[in-house]
Ligand binder design. Structure first.
Ligand SMILES: Cc1cc2nc3c(=O)[nH]c(=O)nc-3n(C[C@H](O)[C@H](O)[C@H](O)COP(=O)(O)OP(=O)(O)OC[C@H]3O[C@@H](n4cnc5c(N)ncnc54)[C@H](O)[C@@H]3O)c2cc1C
Length: 527
């Protein structure tokens, strides 16, 4: 049997389903092949960032996700960091991602990944053009210059899935990555970490000593910068706990209740529901594209779940790739657009893994080696607070941007990076910060499915010249006109060209040349 669609997606986790949704909303057909018949009930991937919620809003599921939360709507999402254990006198509730709220049009939410996946899958059922093969395992991926062919198997039965492109959203052990000969590189911290899912009302009550928070991180000298941390799944009793498996111990024989008691500083009663393990390492693919094959999400990058980057970055991969595939399949996007997927996304995750996550481990290790309450209490207290503030600052310094991308008209010499500064100025290569239009609508919600020209008190002749140039290039354009007031003056330019993924492609006063516009659509990378 042969099934044909434009894009074959291997892996129906959150990133594969998110990509299928993005493609379907752009009119692109896809087939998802997912080996698991049921969703995994491990409460991972809980923190959906403000940026991720912008995707969810566009995909029409933001409200459904908010309704699917297990924590009450007003439950704070931030973190407590404690020294020694959770009953210690030394702890801080330093600000974190909440300070970024003004720079995004949606608030962040917290819910288990299986709830998110269920909402995304329900939405997929409303959309035409997506076929989901549950319980089928992809076993081989081939490509030639005409297209791709994936073999999927179930109970000894095979079927062929044909398409123009294949995207591996098939997790850390990606078949698509392996069969496309894409290498990975990164730092192996050589630690095995346990993930324990458990229930305890006693711990829940003990944590009421802190202001309302969702995660509780423990720093201790013997942890050498790695973390033990608890996360709430619901308000009453369900938690997860991560801790490095003590060196030299057989993971199967570890007393996990004792490990949790030490981290909590309290012998609480608990029911353990699940114990799993993961390796503490950063692994990022060197390329995200090999011809007609692409990889996204954990297939492209895996790392310790410190800071909640995995799922959020995976969904941003899907959004970055979705419009580019649609543009090429629609005939107006060029090959350079497909190449730009890897150029834009790969460096971001390399920075996340090595600088942000690796940086936290290195900073905490250095702090714990040099300072303790016993050695110098006032100095310890001052620097412990500084370290916990530094954690939040590093998280808020995550401002992924595509400076230097060949399909962005940014300043010369720019370099794509995860590090930047959030600002309300519209800058080529950066996420468009939200503002409200005179109509009361959000700028972000008013962007079109293709490119959007935001024209703020702009010269009408320039707007018409711009629209004509885009028509000549065959690139779909929505024009949003407004004046320069009500906060929109912060954008700093009368003409702002926004890509379908809400990143700014170009800013200026006069319509750019046809060559430049063609370059932004990947039609000609030389202009
Ligand atoms: C304990 C924990 C906590 C986390 N917390 C956060 C957080 O707070 N925020 C955050 O952003 N991220 C978090 N993450 C990371 C997040 O869970 C992952 O990044 C996310 O699951 C990646 O989604 P994915 O779709 O790329 O891959 P996966 O979720 O791994 O999905 C891949 C899918 O592909 C399928 N598959 C694989 N091979 C094949 C094949 N050959 N044929 C068919 N199907 C196949 C698998 O069955 C699977 O369903 C956490 C991870 C862990 C382990």
């Amino acid at each position: 049997m042969t099934t044909t669609s434009q894009v074959v997606i291997v892996g129906g986790g959150p990133v594969g389903v998110g990509l299928a949704l993005d493609l379907a909303l752009r009119g692109v057909t896809s087939t998802i092949v997912e080996r698991r018949p049921e969703l995994s009930r491990i409460p991972k991937g809980q923190g959906l960032s403000q940026r991720t919620m912008e995707h969810m809003q566009r995909w029409g599921v933001a409200e459904d996700l908010r309704r699917a939360r297990l924590l009450p709507p007003d439950h704070a999402i931030g973190q407590i960091t404690a020294y020694g254990n959770l009953m210690s006198d030394f702890w801080h509730a330093s600000p974190s991602r909440e300070l970024l709220a003004p720079y995004y049009s949606q608030a962040n939410v917290r819910l288990p990944q299986y709830q998110t996946e269920a909402v995304l899958r329900r939405r997929l059922e409303d959309l035409p053009g997506v076929q989901m093969l549950l319980g089928w395992q992809a076993t081989s991926v081939e490509q030639d210059r005409h297209g791709v062919r994936v073999i999927a198997e179930r109970d000894g039965v095979k079927q062929e899935l044909e398409g123009a492109y294949v995207v591996g959203c098939d997790g850390g052990h990606s078949l698509v990555r392996e069969q496309s000969d894409i290498a990975r590189a990164g730092t192996d911290f050589d630690e095995l970490v346990a993930l324990v899912v458990f229930r305890s009302r006693e711990l829940s009550q003990a944590l009421s000593r802190f202001p309302d928070r969702s995660t509780y991180r423990v720093m201790r000298p013997d942890l050498e910068g790695y973390w033990e941390f608890f996360g709430r799944v619901d308000e009453d009793e369900e938690f997860f706990f991560h801790a490095p498996v003590p060196r030299g111990q057989d993971p199967a024989k570890v007393d996990f209740a004792a490990l949790m008691h030490r981290a909590a500083g309290l012998d609480f009663a608990c029911e353990i529901d699940h114990v799993g393990f993961w390796d503490l390492r950063v692994q990022v693919a060197t390329e995200y594209r090999a011809g007609r094959a692409f990889i996204a999400g954990d297939a492209a990058h895996t790392h310790p779940p410190y800071g909640g980057f995995g799922l959020n970055n995976g969904l941003e991969d899907a959004v970055n790739l979705g419009w580019k595939l649609a543009a090429v399949l629609d005939g107006w996007g060029g090959e350079a657009l497909l190449d730009s997927y890897s150029l834009e996304r790969q460096p971001i995750f390399r920075d996340v893994g090595e600088d942000i996550i690796g940086g936290w481990i290195r900073d905490d290790r250095a702090f714990l080696e040099q300072h303790s309450p016993e050695a110098d209490l006032p100095e310890f207290e001052r620097l412990f607070e500084e370290t916990t503030r530094g954690f939040g600052a590093r998280l808020r310094g995550f401002e992924p941007h595509y400076d230097g991308s060949p399909v962005i008209a940014g300043p010369p010499g720019g370099v794509t990076s995860a590090h930047g500064t959030h600002t309300f100025v519209a800058q080529a290569g950066h996420h468009l910060p939200p503002q409200t239009l005179t109509s009361g609508a959000s700028v972000i919600d008013s962007l079109g499915p293709g490119f959007t020209l935001l024209a703020l008190d702009a010269d009408e002749t320039e707007i018409l010249a711009f629209a004509a140039a885009m028509r000549r290039a065959g690139v779909p354009l929505t024009v949003v006109r407004d004046n320069v007031s009500g906060g929109r003056e912060a954008y700093g330019s009368p003409l702002i060209l926004v890509r379908p993924d809400q990143f700014v492609a170009w800013t200026g006063v006069q319509a750019p040349t046809d060559d430049l516009l063609r370059r932004l659509a990947g039609q000609d990378a030389t202009a």
